[in-house]
Design a protein. Structure first.
Lengths: 365, 614
């Protein structure tokens, strides 16, 4: 999301613009951490009532503090607002950006509330609140440390905060590029997409220093490491000087030597969110209400599904069985929907969840 | 318990009335056409500005039950008139439309009653001669009809959460010159505490301080049958933006500068008059460290009024409006030109029957045009001790898209059409010498309402998509009761409104549901007891549940709330100097409530107000 876009969405509630937006929320945030569907999240767990199904992260309406978490169990039963339900109606916060699950502990990153709620993944009860973060976006972990990307602000460089997973203390912060966004770990290196730039920062996890900055496409966002160990970055694309769409979204491939070895022009602007199937051979991303798929090694992408009755896709995830989950924000005019498609693109189910579903975390016993 | 108190006090006046027939007056004041010359209809309701320490949003709600959306205490406040949104209320200052050209709406918290002489409202879409947006109604602020005297007043206020107010105003008149000067400063730390939902925590509100300055200078010169009038308003506000309850560390702020000026020439020639008005508005808004958004408006209006014989009154004229704005997302906008013509004819058939025909035509370059007929009729029955007035209206309304709708980068849609509406209304007003009650029933059909919709590529774009059907009932009752040296003044306002989405957007499930932030029901119950020089006021209000989503999700609904406020006034008169001292206790039940979802409002709070008049 560009600064201008964010400003556009920030202003309404403060300057009456909401009168035309009619409580439109924060718009499409171009990211979902592919780590949400990483092996951490689909591995066996002891999550009690949430042990088999999918957590749905509902961003909520911008500046309304109505973000929430839903859970759809393996029988298709939906429990909405499970965070507030299990915490005496405590509102989760404003713009629930993402959730990271580590064993039985969930970290819920609440972007515009500048906090991370650490919850017991079994009971969804708050264990700790981390408030020393500024516009947190995503989180990954390695060993005893968590790594959190933060925008900080629109005029400051983004940063990575290093979290002690035992004490929940922030140990250090390292500046990266503007709009620090999605995260991925490979070969003891942390990759950070800088969404307000065209760059990717690489941090050595031993020295905690930025060792390289790579130029990629415009508005780099979600990242996935494929079955070959290559890193794929989804770049949303930008705007022309007159704010018309530049239609220059791209998929950028970076090999294990941290060199760009392939760039696939998408010919359109896309959301910054992306997911991969279980064997990491197919990438899914979307624009508007169309989902595209890209098979690793192909020269181009395909249309996976197009849903003309949807309003605006806002998140994507792939279940362990290969089903593709799509969140529809419904323009933030109402509660969101989740559509489930099989691997062939046939719609299987639809669920009503919270407001602005933007991501999924799958659990399995 | 609180509801019981509310209804007990609601029923109490009926009991009192049953005990006595000494009810004397009607505090609900209706004034006629001539006092608000920019209105088309007959029925306009006066909003008293007797409490000069209130902002206009609080005044409108407390007297008319008009729902105001407050984004926190002493924060931005917009109107929702008869089930519409803020852009659907036309706001006229000296007859000049003053809704912000960029946003199409008014922040009523910027209008402080210390700076205002008169306020009136007219519900419905036939309420203005010209302008855009009066689908819900029209708010009239001031017009050059005051006869000034040589008086002065100094106001001082102190209250909870670091509230302080200083103001001075003076009126003067000499020979053919008169004028008034107003100045004020209001500040509040707004560090109130509230129970954080879902916890045992008592949280202190942060980042909600507000500072406002205002200056007004009005001058009028009279000669022969003419009058030249000038009014200048300067507002400055620096407000921290009160964050939602789970984001108490917010640091956002907004600064606004507003200049509003108007010059009017009025000439009265034997049953006819011509008034020519030139207005200039300049608004600047800075949000955080972002570049300022500036807008400018130049307006020229002329009205010609003529009494044709004893039965006809003609009011005709035109409006020319030039609007422009500039900001990082509003580049290269050519001035938008609006031209309106209007003819309103009132035909008074006899003492009992009258009717009003109106025809407006509005043109906005590149934004379409609208021809708007309206028709109203009124019938009076005069009885020995009472009168009954009934009226019926039917009219069309419209709203042009705002500059943001059309030109915001990215996403603005220059090809938007004006929103359209048609409405009808019937009302009755029963007046006894000592008692007054009125009821209005209305229905509005609107289409092409503009919503911003998500597009591909992270773009949102406004489109004419929504249909809405609005219906409701306004009920008001006023009475006065005397007992020895005690006088009870009471007023009840009940508003019931259904504002129903008639579009299958964003899904079929949203069809037929109430629009977000439109309460079905608001109720106001105001009582004043005068005992010798003392006045005790007891004001209660109830606002029903408001949905925030089109599917009427209970999860995201904002809970109803009840408020009880109390005030005690005492005037100390020393020679020619009167010092009015007021002590107020607001939200006496210390209720936690939200006007907007997850934005805390303060519990019980106090104010001391002193006004010294010379």
């Amino acid at each position: 999301m560009t600064q201008a876009k964010y400003l556009f969405n920030s202003l309404p509630l403060y300057i009456l613009f909401f009168t035309t937006l009619f409580f439109v929320s924060c718009t499409e945030d171009p990211e979902v951490n592919p780590q949400n569907v990483s092996s951490d999240d689909t591995s066996e767990n002891t999550l009690g009532s949430f042990s088999s199904g999918v957590f749905v992260i509902n961003e909520g309406n911008f500046l309304s503090a109505d973000g929430s978490i839903s859970f759809i169990d393996s029988e298709g039963v939906v429990q909405n607002d499970i965070f507030s339900e299990n915490n005496a109606s405590l509102p989760l916060g404003d713009v629930v950006q993402s959730m990271y699950l580590r064993d039985t502990t969930a970290f819920i990153l609440v972007n515009n509330s500048n906090k991370i709620e650490v919850v017991d993944g079994d009971e969804m009860t708050v264990v700790h609140t981390i408030s020393e973060v500024a516009l947190p976006r995503y989180m990954v972990s390695e060993g005893d440390y968590g790594y959190i990307s933060e925008w900080v602000s629109f005029s400051d460089r983004g940063r990575i905060s290093i979290l002690d997973l035992n004490t929940y203390e922030i140990l250090d912060t390292i500046n990266v590029g503007f709009g620090a966004e999605a995260l991925a770990i490979r070969d003891n290196k942390l990759y950070v997409s800088n969404n307000f730039e065209k760059t990717l920062s690489i941090m050595d996890l031993n020295t905690r220093e930025i060792i390289q900055t790579i130029t990629v496409g415009t508005s780099p966002a979600a990242m996935i490491i494929d079955q070959n160990g290559d890193l794929w970055i989804l770049c949303s694309g930008g705007y022309n000087a007159d704010f018309t769409l530049a239609n220059n979204g791209s998929l950028v491939r970076i090999d294990s030597n941290d060199e760009v070895i392939q760039e696939i022009s998408l010919g359109m602007n896309v959301s910054g969110r992306m997911a991969a199937n279980v064997d990491l051979s197919i990438l899914y991303f979307y624009s508007g209400t169309t989902v595209y798929s890209y098979g690793i090694g192909d020269q181009s992408y395909d249309t996976f599904i197009e849903n003309t009755s949807a309003i605006a896709f806002y998140g994507v995830g792939v279940a362990p069985n290969g089903d593709v989950y799509i969140g529809d924000s419904k323009g933030f005019q109402s509660i969101g929907s989740v559509y489930v498609y099989d691997q062939m693109g046939s719609e299987k189910e639809e669920f009503e969840v919270g407001r602005g579903p933007n991501g999924f975390i799958f659990t399995s016993e | 318990m609180k509801v019981v108190v509310f209804w007990m006090t609601f029923l109490c006046p009926f009991f009192l009335k049953a005990q006595s027939d000494t009810v004397l007056m009607r505090p609900i004041e209706i004034m006629g056409f001539g006092l608000v010359p920019y209105a088309t209809g007959e029925v306009v309701r006066v909003i008293h500005t007797v409490d000069p320490f209130k902002t206009l949003d609080a005044t409108l709600f407390s007297q008319a039950g008009v729902y105001m959306k407050n984004y926190g205490h002493q924060q931005l406040s917009t109107i929702s008139f008869r089930g519409t949104s803020a852009v659907h209320t036309n706001v006229l200052w000296h007859g000049i439309p003053v809704n912000a050209p960029t946003l199409g709406s008014t922040d009523f918290s910027q209008w402080h009653t210390w700076m205002i002489d008169d306020v009136a409202i007219q519900p419905g879409n036939q309420g203005a001669l010209y302008g855009s947006g009066s689908i819900g109604g029209t708010v009239f602020i001031d017009h050059f009809n005051k006869i000034r005297t040589n008086t002065a007043a100094i106001g001082w206020g102190l209250g909870s959460f670091g509230y302080n107010f200083q103001g001075a105003r003076a009126e003067y008149k000499k020979d053919q010159l008169q004028g008034t000067t107003h100045i004020y400063r209001e500040a509040i730390n707004n560090d109130f505490t509230y129970p954080l939902k879902g916890t045992d925590l008592i949280q202190t509100q942060k980042n909600a301080a507000a500072l406002s300055y205002g200056f007004r200078q009005e001058l009028q010169h009279f000669w022969n049958n003419q009058r030249l009038s000038l009014d200048l308003l300067l507002f400055y506000q620096h407000r921290e933006s009160q964050p939602v309850i789970s984001q108490n560390e917010g640091q956002d702020f907004i600064k606004t500068h507003n200049i509003k000026s108007v010059v009017e020439h009025f000439i009265d020639i034997n049953k006819r008059s011509i008034s020519t008005t030139l207005g200039w508005m300049n608004d600047q808004m800075i949000y955080n460290q972002n570049p300022a958004i500036r807008s400018q408006q130049i307006t020229l209006t002329q009205r010609y009024e003529y009494d044709i014989g004893d039965h006809f009154h003609l009011n005709s004229g035109f409006l020319i409006n030039l609007l422009t704005a500039k900001g990082s997302n509003l580049e290269n906008i050519n001035p938008q030109k609006q031209l309106d013509f209007f003819v309103i004819v009132t035909y008074r058939i006899n003492d009992r029957w009258s009717s009003t025909w109106g025809l407006r035509e509005s043109f906005m370059i590149d934004a379409g045009s609208k021809l708007l007929p309206s028709l109203g009729a009124e019938r009076k029955w005069i009885f020995p001790k009472s009168s009954l007035v009934s009226h019926a209206k039917i009219a069309q309304g419209f709203r042009y898209p705002t500059l943001n709708d059309r030109f915001w980068l990215p996403g603005g849609n220059p090809s938007l059409n004006p929103e359209q509406s048609a409405s009808t209304e019937i009302g009755f007003e029963l007046r006894y010498p000592k008692f007054n009650t009125q009821v209005n029933i209305y229905q509005t059909w609107a289409q092409d309402w503009i919503l911003w919709l998500p597009q591909s590529g992270n773009i949102w774009r406004p489109e004419n998509i929504q249909k809405v059907a609005i219906s409701g009932i306004d009920y008001a009752l006023g009475y006065q009761y005397f007992f020895n040296e005690t006088e009870l003044e009471s007023e009840v306002v009940l508003n019931y409104q259904c504002s129903i989405n008639k579009s299958a957007y964003p899904s079929q499930a949203a069809y037929g549901n109430q629009l977000p932030y439109v309460p079905y029901f608001t109720a106001i119950w105001s009582n004043k007891i005068h005992i010798k020089k003392w006045t005790i006021a007891l004001d209660q209000s109830y606002t029903s549940r408001r949905y925030t989503t089109l599917d009427e999700s209970d999860t995201y609904a904002v809970a109803p709330y009840f408020l009880l406020d109390m005030a005690i006034d005492y005037p100390l008169i020393l020679g020619k100097v009167t010092t009015q001292t007021s002590f107020k206790a607001n939200n006496i039940f210390n209720n936690y409530y939200e006007n907007i979802q997850n934005r805390a409002m303060p519990g019980i709070n106090f104010q001391l107000q002193i006004i010294t008049k010379l």
